[in-house]
Design a protein around this ligand. Sequence first.
Ligand SMILES: Nc1nc2c(ncn2[C@@H]2O[C@H](COP(=O)(O)OP(=O)(O)OP(=O)(O)O)[C@@H](O)[C@H]2O)c(=O)[nH]1
Ligand SMILES: [Mg+2]
Length: 289
Amino acid sequence: MKAGFVNIFGRPNAGKSTLLNALMGEKLAIVSSKVQTTRHRIKGILTDKEYQVIFSDTPGIIEPKYKLHEKMMMAVKGALEDADLAILLVDIKEDKTEADTIFQSLRLKVPCMVVINKTDGCKEDKIQEAVEFFKDKPYCKEVITISALQKTNMDVLMQRILSYLPEGEPFFEGEEMTDLPTKFFVGELVREKIFQLYKEEIPYHTTVIVNEFKEKTTLIKISANIIVQRDTQKGILLGEAGKMIKQLGTESRKEIEAFLGQKVFLELFVKVKPKWRDNDFMLKEYGYS
Ligand SMILES: Nc1nc2c(ncn2[C@@H]2O[C@H](COP(=O)(O)OP(=O)(O)OP(=O)(O)O)[C@@H](O)[C@H]2O)c(=O)[nH]1
Ligand SMILES: [Mg+2]
């Protein structure tokens, strides 16, 4: 039996959350085309007869500009310490020198594998060029190329991951795929929809808190607060005659029903909390600690 922690790091938008979901065969982490989608460390527990791998998706590595960013980078830091293997994920189209600088700055003490993502639609010489760039870096044990979106080369990646893990007993019992509460994932699904439906600064000024989750006989009643920083943002979230919030509610509910496998009644409330992203007390209240 092999058991260990495999933590995924990379710049925003590299495809870390897409990779976690592909490895798990289940959607645990939300994904968007925008940067800085993930704000927490999200663990996915993959248990098989011969292994238990605890994967961690982490927020994209950035220079913090406000306290929420600092909390996000603390989630990254925490994950640096308990890995048996680090996956350094790179988007093949991103600036490799910048990625290299960040990977060096992490000063990881555990074996690191550079995984080059988004190779779909890429010419072979481009892929080889990226492999050549990373393969002799001091932190890099090996390079693997994948497409997390199309799930190519995932079996090879999984095999190579297992080769780095120690023999040991499982850390988690039972069938649980994660250590986070259902409420967290429900809030994330609403947040993912906000990333998809709203433009510019809105997703970045918003967080979602699920404050009621009640299992009734025929459905689950959920109510959530959407926190924004300004009145104008509240107006945008609601939309003309409440059209946007209605769409957000309908689309989020469908995602939550698919996730829970049950009918859901979802209520959304928009609240204005000035400067919540820079307020330690509010950040803690909203689950960023
Ligand atoms: N073409 C292509 N797109 C991908 C691939 N993997 C991820 N993407 C896309 O890249 C975008 C970012 O994906 P995420 O998984 O949210 O990236 P992330 O690294 O978790 O981003 P942050 O949480 O913001 O740090 C999404 O639009 C994905 O669909 C891939 O293999 N190929
Ligand atoms: Mg992510």
